[in-house]
Unconditional design. Structure first.
Length: 240
């Protein structure tokens, strides 16, 4: 009996892709309306949280969520490697990130990783490599659960990272990243993301929280910030 593999999801439509910049601009213009939402979340418990940026971005892109989580009471650390160009920045096995997490864990115990887009993929890779260092993983708009071709940015990924999505080593890493994590995890995703298909931003291995958001600026959207805070507060982590 031949078992047919289901087709990969299609990338987001051209209409959603074209709407990314206007949606991000509107979100920034109306951000002030959501103050009550941002306050109605659990307070932090002092745990160490490390933020990982998306493709081509640096820690500066995460300044809003960094300030927000610190105000809630978490010890928030940046990843410390400048712009995220994938393996060009962190090594083929994400060894630079592993070393950074190990240093933070030596100071304050296992680290919770919050990664946006490619940053979330790296967070899952680190959790697979060294689960003893990781308390939990939160991915935001991270296309870890399917083919990169279900995105509108796979060519940019190849250009910036120097990797090819069909190289055997890349396929092996992708399979590992998509496999169930040995630590608690939650995936935050949007069906209306214009750059990556929402269907590959979550899988059956962990709880998923759906939000309404584009991809650009997802890390500063109030609904996403509140969702991350609730996950960190223990409201959405899977019981292990």
């Amino acid at each position: 009996m031949v078992v047919l593999r289901p087709p990969d999801p299609l990338p987001p439509s051209k209409a959603l892709w074209a709407a990314e910049v206007p949606r991000a601009a509107w979100m920034v213009a109306t951000w002030w309306r959501h103050r009550a939402l941002l306050e109605d979340v659990p307070r932090g418990d002092g745990r160490t949280v490390m933020l990982l940026p998306g493709l081509g971005n640096s820690a500066r892109s995460l300044f809003v969520i960094r300030r927000y989580l610190r105000r809630l009471g978490y010890r928030v650390e940046d990843w410390g490697f400048g712009r995220n160009f994938g393996t060009r920045t962190v090594g083929a096995e994400a060894e630079a990130v592993v070393a950074r997490v190990a240093a933070l864990a030596a100071e304050g115990g296992p680290v919770t990783l919050v990664g946006v887009s490619l940053g979330g993929i790296l967070a899952r890779l680190v959790a697979h490599r060294r689960p003893d260092l990781v308390r939990g993983v939160v991915t935001v708009a991270s296309p870890y659960a399917g083919s990169p071709r279900a995105t509108n940015v796979w060519r940019a990924f190849q250009l910036l990272s120097g990797e090819r999505i069909h190289d055997p080593a890349v396929l092996s890493t992708m399979a590992l990243v998509a496999s169930p994590l040995p630590v608690p995890a939650t995936a935050i995703w949007s069906a209306s993301d214009g750059l990556v298909a929402g269907a590959i931003c979550h899988g059956g291995d962990c709880p998923a929280v759906e939000v309404r958001s584009g991809h650009l600026g997802v890390q500063v959207r109030p609904e996403v910030l509140a969702a991350v805070a609730r996950v960190l507060g223990g409201m959405a982590f899977a019981e292990m």
